[in-house]
Design a protein around this ligand. Structure first.
Ligand SMILES: *[C@@H]1O[C@H](CO)[C@@H](O)[C@H](O)[C@H]1NC(C)=O
Ligand SMILES: *[C@@H]1O[C@H](CO)[C@@H](O)[C@H](O)[C@H]1NC(C)=O
Ligand SMILES: *[C@@H]1O[C@H](CO)[C@@H](O)[C@H](O)[C@H]1NC(C)=O
Ligand SMILES: *[C@@H]1O[C@H](CO)[C@@H](O)[C@H](O)[C@H]1NC(C)=O
Ligand SMILES: *[C@@H]1O[C@H](CO)[C@@H](O)[C@H](O)[C@H]1NC(C)=O
Ligand SMILES: *[C@@H]1O[C@H](CO)[C@@H](O)[C@H](O)[C@H]1NC(C)=O
Length: 463
Protein backbone atom coordinates (compact mmCIF):
# COMPACT_ATOMS: atom_id res chain seq x y z
CA UNK A 1 0.00 0.00 0.00
CA UNK A 2 2.80 2.36 0.88
CA UNK A 3 4.44 1.77 -2.46
CA UNK A 4 1.10 2.27 -4.23
CA UNK A 5 0.75 5.60 -2.51
CA UNK A 6 4.27 6.53 -3.51
CA UNK A 7 3.50 5.64 -7.12
CA UNK A 8 0.47 7.87 -6.93
CA UNK A 9 2.30 10.75 -5.30
CA UNK A 10 5.00 10.67 -7.94
CA UNK A 11 2.68 10.08 -10.91
CA UNK A 12 -0.01 12.45 -9.73
CA UNK A 13 2.40 15.27 -9.01
CA UNK A 14 4.06 14.82 -12.37
CA UNK A 15 0.64 14.67 -13.97
CA UNK A 16 -0.08 18.11 -12.58
CA UNK A 17 3.29 19.44 -13.60
CA UNK A 18 2.76 18.00 -17.07
CA UNK A 19 -0.57 19.69 -17.38
CA UNK A 20 0.64 22.91 -15.89
CA UNK A 21 2.89 23.77 -18.81
CA UNK A 22 5.55 21.07 -18.89
CA UNK A 23 7.87 21.94 -21.77
CA UNK A 24 10.13 18.96 -21.59
CA UNK A 25 7.70 16.23 -22.53
CA UNK A 26 9.31 13.80 -20.10
CA UNK A 27 8.00 12.17 -16.97
CA UNK A 28 10.11 10.62 -14.19
CA UNK A 29 8.58 7.36 -13.00
CA UNK A 30 9.64 4.81 -10.42
CA UNK A 31 11.05 1.57 -11.85
CA UNK A 32 8.99 -1.59 -11.71
CA UNK A 33 10.55 -2.92 -8.51
CA UNK A 34 8.23 -0.57 -6.65
CA UNK A 35 5.18 -1.65 -8.62
CA UNK A 36 2.31 -3.25 -6.72
CA UNK A 37 0.96 -6.44 -8.12
CA UNK A 38 -0.22 -9.23 -5.88
CA UNK A 39 -3.21 -7.54 -4.31
CA UNK A 40 -6.36 -6.28 -5.98
CA UNK A 41 -6.92 -2.64 -5.19
CA UNK A 42 -10.55 -2.76 -4.17
CA UNK A 43 -11.36 0.91 -4.48
CA UNK A 44 -13.10 1.62 -7.77
CA UNK A 45 -11.38 4.26 -9.79
CA UNK A 46 -14.15 4.47 -12.34
CA UNK A 47 -14.93 8.08 -13.14
CA UNK A 48 -18.06 8.15 -15.28
CA UNK A 49 -20.00 11.36 -15.08
CA UNK A 50 -23.13 11.24 -12.92
CA UNK A 51 -26.48 10.80 -14.60
CA UNK A 52 -25.12 9.26 -17.78
CA UNK A 53 -27.60 6.91 -19.47
CA UNK A 54 -25.36 3.91 -19.44
CA UNK A 55 -24.74 0.72 -17.62
CA UNK A 56 -21.25 0.03 -16.46
CA UNK A 57 -19.57 -3.21 -15.38
CA UNK A 58 -16.24 -3.66 -13.61
CA UNK A 59 -13.58 -4.93 -15.97
CA UNK A 60 -10.44 -6.70 -14.79
CA UNK A 61 -7.36 -8.37 -16.19
CA UNK A 62 -7.90 -12.11 -16.30
CA UNK A 63 -4.44 -12.90 -14.97
CA UNK A 64 -4.42 -10.15 -12.35
CA UNK A 65 -5.39 -10.41 -8.67
CA UNK A 66 -8.81 -8.78 -9.33
CA UNK A 67 -9.94 -11.60 -11.66
CA UNK A 68 -12.89 -13.60 -10.28
CA UNK A 69 -11.28 -16.94 -11.08
CA UNK A 70 -7.69 -15.96 -11.12
CA UNK A 71 -5.50 -18.86 -12.05
CA UNK A 72 -1.88 -19.15 -11.10
CA UNK A 73 -0.65 -20.52 -14.42
CA UNK A 74 -0.15 -17.29 -16.31
CA UNK A 75 1.37 -17.25 -19.77
CA UNK A 76 4.96 -16.00 -19.88
CA UNK A 77 5.76 -12.58 -21.35
CA UNK A 78 7.07 -14.32 -24.47
CA UNK A 79 3.85 -16.32 -24.78
CA UNK A 80 1.65 -13.22 -24.26
CA UNK A 81 3.52 -11.45 -27.03
CA UNK A 82 3.31 -14.46 -29.33
CA UNK A 83 -0.46 -14.60 -28.83
CA UNK A 84 -0.80 -10.86 -29.33
CA UNK A 85 1.21 -10.99 -32.56
CA UNK A 86 -0.79 -13.96 -33.87
CA UNK A 87 -4.07 -12.18 -33.15
CA UNK A 88 -2.81 -8.99 -34.77
CA UNK A 89 -1.74 -10.80 -37.93
CA UNK A 90 -5.10 -12.52 -38.17
CA UNK A 91 -7.02 -9.25 -37.75
CA UNK A 92 -4.79 -7.30 -40.14
CA UNK A 93 -5.09 -9.98 -42.77
CA UNK A 94 -8.89 -10.05 -42.55
CA UNK A 95 -8.99 -6.24 -42.64
CA UNK A 96 -6.69 -5.92 -45.63
CA UNK A 97 -8.68 -8.52 -47.55
CA UNK A 98 -11.80 -6.45 -46.85
CA UNK A 99 -10.08 -3.33 -48.11
CA UNK A 100 -8.66 -5.11 -51.15
CA UNK A 101 -12.13 -6.43 -51.95
CA UNK A 102 -13.37 -2.92 -52.59
CA UNK A 103 -10.16 -1.48 -54.00
CA UNK A 104 -9.87 -3.80 -56.98
CA UNK A 105 -13.52 -4.80 -56.98
CA UNK A 106 -12.33 -8.39 -57.07
CA UNK A 107 -15.42 -10.47 -56.47
CA UNK A 108 -13.17 -13.51 -56.09
CA UNK A 109 -11.89 -12.27 -52.72
CA UNK A 110 -13.73 -14.15 -50.01
CA UNK A 111 -13.46 -12.98 -46.46
CA UNK A 112 -13.84 -15.66 -43.81
CA UNK A 113 -16.21 -13.72 -41.57
CA UNK A 114 -16.79 -16.80 -39.45
CA UNK A 115 -13.23 -16.44 -38.21
CA UNK A 116 -12.98 -14.43 -35.05
CA UNK A 117 -9.66 -12.92 -34.03
CA UNK A 118 -7.57 -15.13 -31.77
CA UNK A 119 -9.09 -15.47 -28.33
CA UNK A 120 -6.09 -16.74 -26.40
CA UNK A 121 -4.59 -13.23 -26.35
CA UNK A 122 -7.72 -11.67 -24.83
CA UNK A 123 -6.87 -10.27 -21.42
CA UNK A 124 -9.84 -8.46 -19.92
CA UNK A 125 -12.94 -10.06 -18.43
CA UNK A 126 -16.34 -8.84 -17.21
CA UNK A 127 -18.91 -10.70 -15.12
CA UNK A 128 -22.53 -10.77 -16.29
CA UNK A 129 -25.61 -12.71 -15.15
CA UNK A 130 -27.17 -15.13 -17.61
CA UNK A 131 -30.65 -16.68 -17.36
CA UNK A 132 -33.41 -16.64 -14.77
CA UNK A 133 -32.35 -16.91 -12.02
CA UNK A 134 -29.20 -15.17 -13.22
CA UNK A 135 -26.01 -17.25 -13.09
CA UNK A 136 -22.72 -15.29 -12.99
CA UNK A 137 -20.58 -15.82 -16.09
CA UNK A 138 -17.04 -14.53 -16.49
CA UNK A 139 -16.62 -13.47 -20.11
CA UNK A 140 -13.63 -12.36 -22.14
CA UNK A 141 -14.27 -8.94 -23.67
CA UNK A 142 -13.57 -8.92 -27.41
CA UNK A 143 -13.89 -5.94 -29.76
CA UNK A 144 -12.53 -8.16 -32.55
CA UNK A 145 -15.46 -10.57 -32.80
CA UNK A 146 -19.24 -10.36 -32.68
CA UNK A 147 -21.09 -13.42 -31.44
CA UNK A 148 -21.10 -13.95 -27.66
CA UNK A 149 -21.06 -17.49 -26.26
CA UNK A 150 -20.72 -19.49 -23.05
CA UNK A 151 -20.05 -23.16 -22.39
CA UNK A 152 -23.37 -24.92 -21.74
CA UNK A 153 -24.43 -28.09 -19.94
CA UNK A 154 -24.69 -30.87 -20.84
CA UNK A 155 -21.12 -31.05 -22.00
CA UNK A 156 -18.58 -33.76 -21.32
CA UNK A 157 -14.94 -33.15 -20.48
CA UNK A 158 -13.74 -33.68 -24.04
CA UNK A 159 -16.22 -31.23 -25.53
CA UNK A 160 -15.94 -28.50 -22.85
CA UNK A 161 -12.72 -27.30 -21.26
CA UNK A 162 -12.69 -27.05 -17.46
CA UNK A 163 -13.89 -23.71 -16.11
CA UNK A 164 -14.07 -22.32 -12.60
CA UNK A 165 -17.81 -21.62 -12.48
CA UNK A 166 -20.37 -24.37 -13.00
CA UNK A 167 -21.42 -24.70 -16.67
CA UNK A 168 -24.43 -22.61 -17.65
CA UNK A 169 -27.36 -25.03 -17.62
CA UNK A 170 -30.21 -23.88 -19.89
CA UNK A 171 -32.60 -26.40 -18.35
CA UNK A 172 -32.40 -24.49 -15.07
CA UNK A 173 -33.39 -21.15 -16.60
CA UNK A 174 -37.04 -20.17 -17.06
CA UNK A 175 -36.22 -17.65 -19.81
CA UNK A 176 -33.98 -19.81 -22.02
CA UNK A 177 -35.11 -20.76 -25.54
CA UNK A 178 -33.20 -21.96 -28.58
CA UNK A 179 -33.58 -19.61 -31.57
CA UNK A 180 -35.76 -21.44 -34.13
CA UNK A 181 -34.45 -21.89 -37.66
CA UNK A 182 -37.19 -20.01 -39.47
CA UNK A 183 -36.46 -16.69 -37.68
CA UNK A 184 -34.75 -13.63 -39.14
CA UNK A 185 -32.15 -13.95 -36.39
CA UNK A 186 -31.14 -17.42 -37.61
CA UNK A 187 -31.18 -16.40 -41.27
CA UNK A 188 -28.97 -13.43 -40.42
CA UNK A 189 -26.57 -15.66 -38.51
CA UNK A 190 -26.21 -17.90 -41.53
CA UNK A 191 -25.84 -14.89 -43.80
CA UNK A 192 -22.99 -13.67 -41.59
CA UNK A 193 -21.29 -17.09 -41.82
CA UNK A 194 -21.66 -17.89 -38.13
CA UNK A 195 -24.48 -20.36 -38.83
CA UNK A 196 -24.05 -24.13 -38.58
CA UNK A 197 -27.24 -25.69 -39.87
CA UNK A 198 -30.44 -26.64 -38.14
CA UNK A 199 -31.28 -29.48 -35.79
CA UNK A 200 -34.30 -30.89 -34.00
CA UNK A 201 -36.49 -30.52 -37.07
CA UNK A 202 -35.79 -26.81 -37.46
CA UNK A 203 -36.37 -25.98 -33.77
CA UNK A 204 -32.68 -25.20 -33.12
CA UNK A 205 -30.41 -22.87 -35.05
CA UNK A 206 -26.79 -24.01 -34.88
CA UNK A 207 -23.75 -21.72 -34.71
CA UNK A 208 -20.03 -22.35 -35.17
CA UNK A 209 -17.00 -20.08 -34.83
CA UNK A 210 -13.39 -20.89 -35.57
CA UNK A 211 -10.95 -18.34 -34.16
CA UNK A 212 -7.61 -17.35 -35.60
CA UNK A 213 -5.73 -19.30 -32.94
CA UNK A 214 -7.52 -22.48 -33.97
CA UNK A 215 -9.93 -22.59 -31.06
CA UNK A 216 -13.55 -23.34 -31.83
CA UNK A 217 -16.98 -23.17 -30.31
CA UNK A 218 -20.15 -24.82 -31.61
CA UNK A 219 -23.64 -25.20 -30.27
CA UNK A 220 -27.12 -23.76 -30.27
CA UNK A 221 -27.92 -20.13 -31.07
CA UNK A 222 -30.02 -19.17 -28.09
CA UNK A 223 -32.33 -16.54 -26.67
CA UNK A 224 -31.93 -15.60 -23.03
CA UNK A 225 -32.15 -12.83 -20.46
CA UNK A 226 -28.82 -11.16 -19.78
CA UNK A 227 -28.23 -9.15 -16.60
CA UNK A 228 -25.54 -6.53 -17.17
CA UNK A 229 -25.82 -5.15 -13.67
CA UNK A 230 -28.31 -5.56 -10.82
CA UNK A 231 -31.66 -4.45 -12.22
CA UNK A 232 -30.31 -3.85 -15.74
CA UNK A 233 -31.35 -6.67 -18.03
CA UNK A 234 -31.43 -7.32 -21.75
CA UNK A 235 -34.33 -9.61 -22.71
CA UNK A 236 -34.08 -11.75 -25.81
CA UNK A 237 -30.26 -11.56 -25.92
CA UNK A 238 -28.96 -13.92 -28.59
CA UNK A 239 -25.77 -15.84 -27.86
CA UNK A 240 -24.18 -19.21 -28.52
CA UNK A 241 -24.84 -21.99 -26.02
CA UNK A 242 -21.62 -23.94 -26.61
CA UNK A 243 -21.66 -27.72 -26.48
CA UNK A 244 -18.42 -28.34 -28.31
CA UNK A 245 -15.30 -26.28 -27.59
CA UNK A 246 -11.73 -26.81 -28.72
CA UNK A 247 -8.70 -24.78 -27.88
CA UNK A 248 -6.80 -23.21 -25.02
CA UNK A 249 -7.95 -24.14 -21.57
CA UNK A 250 -7.99 -20.82 -19.82
CA UNK A 251 -10.86 -21.23 -17.39
CA UNK A 252 -13.10 -18.43 -18.54
CA UNK A 253 -16.79 -19.16 -19.04
CA UNK A 254 -17.17 -17.64 -22.49
CA UNK A 255 -16.83 -14.46 -24.50
CA UNK A 256 -18.74 -11.25 -25.07
CA UNK A 257 -18.45 -9.93 -28.62
CA UNK A 258 -18.39 -6.14 -29.04
CA UNK A 259 -17.65 -5.92 -32.76
CA UNK A 260 -19.79 -4.07 -35.26
CA UNK A 261 -21.75 -6.97 -36.83
CA UNK A 262 -25.43 -7.64 -35.97
CA UNK A 263 -24.65 -10.53 -33.57
CA UNK A 264 -22.66 -8.34 -31.19
CA UNK A 265 -24.00 -7.24 -27.80
CA UNK A 266 -23.53 -3.62 -28.87
CA UNK A 267 -25.63 -3.96 -32.02
CA UNK A 268 -28.28 -6.10 -30.30
CA UNK A 269 -28.78 -3.43 -27.64
CA UNK A 270 -28.54 -0.44 -29.99
CA UNK A 271 -32.20 0.55 -29.51
CA UNK A 272 -31.38 1.12 -25.84
CA UNK A 273 -27.74 2.23 -25.88
CA UNK A 274 -27.45 3.78 -29.34
CA UNK A 275 -24.83 1.34 -30.61
CA UNK A 276 -22.17 2.93 -28.41
CA UNK A 277 -19.90 1.43 -25.78
CA UNK A 278 -16.77 2.42 -23.95
CA UNK A 279 -14.20 0.93 -21.66
CA UNK A 280 -11.30 1.97 -19.53
CA UNK A 281 -8.44 -0.48 -19.16
CA UNK A 282 -6.70 0.04 -15.80
CA UNK A 283 -3.12 1.27 -15.53
CA UNK A 284 -2.06 -1.94 -13.84
CA UNK A 285 -3.46 -5.44 -13.61
CA UNK A 286 -4.02 -5.04 -9.89
CA UNK A 287 -6.71 -2.43 -10.54
CA UNK A 288 -10.20 -2.53 -12.04
CA UNK A 289 -11.46 -0.56 -15.02
CA UNK A 290 -14.93 -0.57 -16.53
CA UNK A 291 -16.95 -1.53 -19.58
CA UNK A 292 -19.97 0.72 -20.27
CA UNK A 293 -22.76 0.53 -22.81
CA UNK A 294 -24.11 3.83 -24.14
CA UNK A 295 -22.52 7.17 -24.93
CA UNK A 296 -22.62 10.36 -22.89
CA UNK A 297 -25.47 12.64 -23.90
CA UNK A 298 -24.63 14.72 -26.95
CA UNK A 299 -24.83 17.78 -24.71
CA UNK A 300 -22.27 16.51 -22.27
CA UNK A 301 -19.18 15.02 -23.79
CA UNK A 302 -16.90 17.08 -21.59
CA UNK A 303 -13.51 15.49 -21.26
CA UNK A 304 -13.75 13.59 -24.56
CA UNK A 305 -11.69 14.33 -27.64
CA UNK A 306 -13.20 12.83 -30.79
CA UNK A 307 -11.98 11.53 -34.11
CA UNK A 308 -13.80 9.95 -37.04
CA UNK A 309 -14.53 6.23 -36.92
CA UNK A 310 -14.37 4.43 -40.23
CA UNK A 311 -15.37 0.92 -41.10
CA UNK A 312 -13.93 -1.67 -43.44
CA UNK A 313 -16.20 -2.60 -46.36
CA UNK A 314 -17.50 -6.16 -45.95
CA UNK A 315 -15.88 -6.64 -42.54
CA UNK A 316 -18.43 -5.16 -40.14
CA UNK A 317 -16.55 -6.26 -37.04
CA UNK A 318 -13.69 -3.78 -36.86
CA UNK A 319 -13.52 -0.12 -35.81
CA UNK A 320 -10.92 2.00 -37.57
CA UNK A 321 -9.30 5.35 -36.79
CA UNK A 322 -6.65 7.30 -38.71
CA UNK A 323 -3.42 8.50 -37.15
CA UNK A 324 -1.92 11.69 -38.55
CA UNK A 325 1.08 12.12 -36.28
CA UNK A 326 3.06 10.88 -33.30
CA UNK A 327 5.08 12.99 -30.87
CA UNK A 328 7.83 11.68 -28.62
CA UNK A 329 8.99 13.85 -25.74
CA UNK A 330 6.93 16.74 -27.16
CA UNK A 331 8.51 16.54 -30.64
CA UNK A 332 6.69 15.29 -33.73
CA UNK A 333 8.39 12.38 -35.47
CA UNK A 334 9.18 13.26 -39.04
CA UNK A 335 7.06 11.08 -41.34
CA UNK A 336 4.96 11.96 -44.38
CA UNK A 337 1.16 11.75 -44.09
CA UNK A 338 1.26 8.74 -46.44
CA UNK A 339 2.86 6.74 -43.62
CA UNK A 340 -0.54 6.54 -41.95
CA UNK A 341 -2.71 5.70 -44.96
CA UNK A 342 -3.33 2.12 -43.87
CA UNK A 343 -5.47 3.17 -40.91
CA UNK A 344 -5.46 1.74 -37.39
CA UNK A 345 -7.95 -0.79 -36.03
CA UNK A 346 -8.79 -0.16 -32.38
CA UNK A 347 -8.62 -3.47 -30.56
CA UNK A 348 -9.00 -4.54 -26.94
CA UNK A 349 -7.34 -7.92 -27.40
CA UNK A 350 -4.09 -7.09 -29.18
CA UNK A 351 -1.50 -6.18 -26.54
CA UNK A 352 1.23 -4.34 -28.45
CA UNK A 353 0.38 -1.62 -30.99
CA UNK A 354 1.15 -2.62 -34.57
CA UNK A 355 2.47 0.38 -36.47
CA UNK A 356 3.30 0.52 -40.17
CA UNK A 357 6.93 0.42 -41.31
CA UNK A 358 7.76 4.11 -41.91
CA UNK A 359 6.03 5.38 -38.78
CA UNK A 360 7.42 2.57 -36.64
CA UNK A 361 10.97 3.16 -37.79
CA UNK A 362 10.75 6.86 -36.97
CA UNK A 363 9.04 6.25 -33.62
CA UNK A 364 11.63 3.65 -32.60
CA UNK A 365 14.50 6.03 -33.46
CA UNK A 366 12.93 8.97 -31.59
CA UNK A 367 12.14 6.86 -28.54
CA UNK A 368 15.59 5.30 -28.39
CA UNK A 369 17.15 8.76 -28.68
CA UNK A 370 15.00 10.06 -25.86
CA UNK A 371 15.95 7.03 -23.74
CA UNK A 372 19.65 7.12 -24.62
CA UNK A 373 20.60 7.38 -20.93
CA UNK A 374 19.49 3.79 -20.31
CA UNK A 375 21.02 0.53 -21.52
CA UNK A 376 19.08 -0.94 -24.45
CA UNK A 377 18.76 -4.71 -24.29
CA UNK A 378 19.51 -6.87 -27.34
CA UNK A 379 16.46 -7.54 -29.53
CA UNK A 380 14.20 -10.08 -27.88
CA UNK A 381 10.43 -10.46 -27.99
CA UNK A 382 10.28 -6.72 -28.70
CA UNK A 383 13.07 -4.63 -30.16
CA UNK A 384 13.18 -1.64 -27.80
CA UNK A 385 13.59 -2.93 -24.24
CA UNK A 386 15.69 -1.46 -21.44
CA UNK A 387 17.67 -2.75 -18.50
CA UNK A 388 16.60 -0.51 -15.62
CA UNK A 389 18.51 -2.52 -13.00
CA UNK A 390 20.09 -0.12 -10.54
CA UNK A 391 17.79 2.83 -11.33
CA UNK A 392 15.23 3.82 -8.73
CA UNK A 393 13.38 5.91 -11.28
CA UNK A 394 13.59 6.56 -14.99
CA UNK A 395 12.67 9.55 -17.13
CA UNK A 396 10.34 8.42 -19.89
CA UNK A 397 9.30 10.62 -22.83
CA UNK A 398 5.63 11.30 -23.29
CA UNK A 399 4.17 9.71 -26.40
CA UNK A 400 1.23 11.53 -28.00
CA UNK A 401 -0.93 10.21 -30.81
CA UNK A 402 -2.70 12.65 -33.13
CA UNK A 403 -5.75 11.45 -35.07
CA UNK A 404 -7.60 12.83 -38.06
CA UNK A 405 -9.34 16.04 -37.09
CA UNK A 406 -6.38 17.03 -34.93
CA UNK A 407 -7.38 15.17 -31.77
CA UNK A 408 -4.29 14.40 -29.71
CA UNK A 409 -4.07 11.98 -26.82
CA UNK A 410 -1.18 11.60 -24.42
CA UNK A 411 -0.53 7.97 -23.58
CA UNK A 412 -0.24 7.21 -19.88
CA UNK A 413 3.39 7.33 -18.70
CA UNK A 414 4.68 4.77 -18.07
CA UNK A 415 1.80 2.24 -18.27
CA UNK A 416 0.51 3.26 -21.70
CA UNK A 417 3.99 3.45 -23.25
CA UNK A 418 6.06 0.71 -21.65
CA UNK A 419 5.24 -2.96 -21.22
CA UNK A 420 7.75 -4.79 -19.00
CA UNK A 421 10.32 -2.05 -19.72
CA UNK A 422 9.81 -2.35 -23.50
CA UNK A 423 8.29 0.15 -25.91
CA UNK A 424 4.75 -1.20 -26.44
CA UNK A 425 4.85 -0.84 -30.22
CA UNK A 426 6.07 -3.11 -32.99
CA UNK A 427 6.21 -2.97 -36.76
CA UNK A 428 3.10 -4.23 -38.54
CA UNK A 429 3.97 -4.19 -42.22
CA UNK A 430 3.76 -1.92 -45.27
CA UNK A 431 2.43 1.63 -44.87
CA UNK A 432 -0.72 1.05 -46.91
CA UNK A 433 -1.84 -1.93 -44.81
CA UNK A 434 -3.89 -1.58 -41.62
CA UNK A 435 -2.21 -1.43 -38.22
CA UNK A 436 -3.70 -1.94 -34.75
CA UNK A 437 -3.84 0.20 -31.62
CA UNK A 438 -3.25 -2.33 -28.87
CA UNK A 439 -4.48 -2.40 -25.31
CA UNK A 440 -1.33 -1.17 -23.54
CA UNK A 441 -1.60 2.23 -25.27
CA UNK A 442 -5.25 2.45 -24.23
CA UNK A 443 -4.68 2.05 -20.49
CA UNK A 444 -6.33 4.71 -18.25
CA UNK A 445 -8.16 6.27 -21.21
CA UNK A 446 -11.89 5.89 -21.61
CA UNK A 447 -12.18 4.75 -25.22
CA UNK A 448 -15.68 5.43 -26.55
CA UNK A 449 -16.75 3.52 -29.66
CA UNK A 450 -19.71 5.57 -30.83
CA UNK A 451 -20.66 3.80 -34.06
CA UNK A 452 -24.06 5.51 -34.01
CA UNK A 453 -22.36 8.88 -34.47
CA UNK A 454 -19.45 7.53 -36.52
CA UNK A 455 -16.80 8.62 -34.08
CA UNK A 456 -14.37 7.46 -31.43
CA UNK A 457 -13.80 9.46 -28.26
CA UNK A 458 -10.91 9.42 -25.82
CA UNK A 459 -11.07 10.72 -22.26
CA UNK A 460 -7.90 10.91 -20.18
CA UNK A 461 -7.46 9.59 -16.65
CA UNK A 462 -10.81 7.76 -16.64
CA UNK A 463 -9.86 4.85 -14.35
C1 LIG B 1 -21.23 16.52 -17.53
O1 LIG B 1 -20.06 15.73 -17.27
C2 LIG B 1 -19.24 16.24 -16.24
C3 LIG B 1 -18.00 15.37 -16.09
O2 LIG B 1 -17.79 14.50 -17.14
C4 LIG B 1 -20.02 16.24 -14.94
O3 LIG B 1 -19.23 16.81 -13.92
C5 LIG B 1 -21.30 17.07 -15.11
O4 LIG B 1 -22.08 16.94 -13.94
C6 LIG B 1 -22.12 16.58 -16.29
N1 LIG B 1 -23.23 17.48 -16.53
C7 LIG B 1 -24.47 17.05 -16.69
C8 LIG B 1 -25.50 18.11 -16.96
O5 LIG B 1 -24.78 15.87 -16.62
C1 LIG C 1 -18.42 -35.89 -25.66
O1 LIG C 1 -19.34 -35.13 -26.44
C2 LIG C 1 -19.03 -35.10 -27.81
C3 LIG C 1 -19.96 -34.11 -28.49
O2 LIG C 1 -21.23 -34.16 -27.97
C4 LIG C 1 -19.13 -36.51 -28.38
O3 LIG C 1 -18.82 -36.50 -29.75
C5 LIG C 1 -18.15 -37.40 -27.63
O4 LIG C 1 -18.31 -38.74 -28.06
C6 LIG C 1 -18.38 -37.34 -26.15
N1 LIG C 1 -17.32 -38.05 -25.46
C7 LIG C 1 -17.53 -38.85 -24.43
C8 LIG C 1 -16.31 -39.45 -23.82
O5 LIG C 1 -18.64 -39.06 -23.98
C1 LIG D 1 -31.55 -9.25 -39.82
O1 LIG D 1 -30.83 -8.49 -40.77
C2 LIG D 1 -31.59 -7.43 -41.32
C3 LIG D 1 -30.76 -6.81 -42.42
O2 LIG D 1 -29.47 -6.52 -41.96
C4 LIG D 1 -31.92 -6.44 -40.20
O3 LIG D 1 -32.69 -5.38 -40.71
C5 LIG D 1 -32.72 -7.15 -39.12
O4 LIG D 1 -32.94 -6.29 -38.03
C6 LIG D 1 -31.98 -8.39 -38.64
N1 LIG D 1 -32.83 -9.11 -37.72
C7 LIG D 1 -32.37 -9.69 -36.62
C8 LIG D 1 -33.39 -10.35 -35.76
O5 LIG D 1 -31.18 -9.74 -36.34
C1 LIG E 1 -36.58 -14.33 -27.84
O1 LIG E 1 -37.48 -14.43 -26.76
C2 LIG E 1 -38.40 -13.36 -26.70
C3 LIG E 1 -39.29 -13.57 -25.48
O2 LIG E 1 -38.57 -13.99 -24.37
C4 LIG E 1 -39.24 -13.28 -27.95
O3 LIG E 1 -40.07 -12.13 -27.89
C5 LIG E 1 -38.34 -13.20 -29.16
O4 LIG E 1 -39.11 -13.26 -30.33
C6 LIG E 1 -37.33 -14.33 -29.17
N1 LIG E 1 -36.43 -14.12 -30.29
C7 LIG E 1 -35.97 -15.11 -31.06
C8 LIG E 1 -35.08 -14.71 -32.17
O5 LIG E 1 -36.27 -16.27 -30.86
C1 LIG F 1 21.28 -5.30 -16.40
O1 LIG F 1 22.16 -4.42 -15.76
C2 LIG F 1 22.75 -4.99 -14.60
C3 LIG F 1 23.53 -3.89 -13.88
O2 LIG F 1 24.26 -3.13 -14.78
C4 LIG F 1 23.63 -6.17 -15.01
O3 LIG F 1 24.22 -6.76 -13.87
C5 LIG F 1 22.74 -7.19 -15.71
O4 LIG F 1 23.52 -8.25 -16.19
C6 LIG F 1 21.98 -6.56 -16.86
N1 LIG F 1 20.99 -7.51 -17.34
C7 LIG F 1 20.89 -7.83 -18.63
C8 LIG F 1 19.80 -8.81 -18.99
O5 LIG F 1 21.58 -7.35 -19.51
C1 LIG G 1 15.50 9.50 -9.33
O1 LIG G 1 16.74 8.81 -9.18
C2 LIG G 1 17.86 9.66 -9.00
C3 LIG G 1 19.10 8.80 -8.96
O2 LIG G 1 18.98 7.65 -9.69
C4 LIG G 1 17.69 10.46 -7.71
O3 LIG G 1 18.74 11.38 -7.59
C5 LIG G 1 16.36 11.21 -7.76
O4 LIG G 1 16.13 11.83 -6.49
C6 LIG G 1 15.21 10.27 -8.06
N1 LIG G 1 13.99 11.04 -8.21
C7 LIG G 1 12.83 10.67 -7.69
C8 LIG G 1 11.67 11.57 -7.98
O5 LIG G 1 12.69 9.66 -7.04
Amino acid sequence: MASRLLVCIILCSYYHIAHGGDKHGFVAVPTRSSEPGAVCSSTSREKLEPGRATVSLPLVHRHGPCAPSHSTDQPSFTERLRRSRARAKNIMSRASKGMAGTRDDASSVTIPTHLGGSVDSLEYVVTVGLGTPAVPQVLLMDTGSDLSWVQCAPCNSTACYPQNDPLFDPSKSSTYAPVPCHTDACRNLTGDDYGNGCTSGGAQCGYAITYGDGSQTRGVYSNETLALAPGVTVRGFRFGCGHDQRGPNDKYDGLVGLGGAPESLVVQTSSVYGGAFSYCLPAQNSEAGFLALGAPSAANTSGFAFTLMSRIPDVATFYVVTLTGIAVGGKQIDVPPSAFLGGMILDSGTVVTQLQHTAYTALQAAFRKAMAAYPLLPNGDLDTCYNFTGYSNVTVPKVALTFSGGTTIDLDVPNGVLLQDCLAFQESGPDDQPGIIGNVNQRTLEVLYDAGRGRVGFRADAC
